[in-house]
Design a protein around this ligand. Sequence first.
Ligand SMILES: [Zn+2]
Length: 229
Amino acid sequence: MPPLFRPFSAQTTCNICGSTEFTRGNLTRRPDIPPPQCSRCRSVERHRLIRELYMPLRPLVKDWRAFQFAPDRSVEPNWFQSFRSSIFEDASRVDMMEIPFGDGAYDIVISNHVLEHVSDDIRALRETLRVVGATGIVHVCVPSPIYRWETEDWGFPDPRNELHYRHYGADFPMRMRGAIPNSLCVSVTGVDPVTGSTDNVYFFSYSAATLQLVARQFQHFAIPVARFW
Ligand SMILES: [Zn+2]
């Protein structure tokens, strides 16, 4: 049996590049949180906690075809059977609301801090679910939904809010599920090994069996999972 509690002790080594130097940068954070940005690879909390979360998933994803919107250092391309990505700043970027891939073209689609930049996030998630077919999963991380009660969507890319269309709230998984018939979701809570900050990653799928497989990998290592159906 894995230990039920994993006591947190901040490590001062970046789990992505091995650097021990961190800065505050110009990031908005609570003053009592240790400097969050790695001086070498520029990673912040979410990159490192997602990387931690993928350690138990690697035996599964090695057979999966992956696509990532806005690639970052949270996952490595060589963890997957194949890996493609679309860079947000590129003119040739893949439009998340109209993805030019067939049904089931990938086993996993990953997007970290992308959905808040998309005008119709429900359409975007429906499209990504189509692309992973009946048995694949969509990994979504959005800014801090667990620290706000309800999603607030103002309908335009607000320059005062980093060009986001909305703030996500704790209703995020149910809001998406409610709008996309038969979609299912589990969330998992990760901890950044450098600052101790927590954040959720959401896995959406049409397959209860795939989500159960993923959830059990986390639960085996005492990583908190919530199930939204
Ligand atoms: Zn680093």
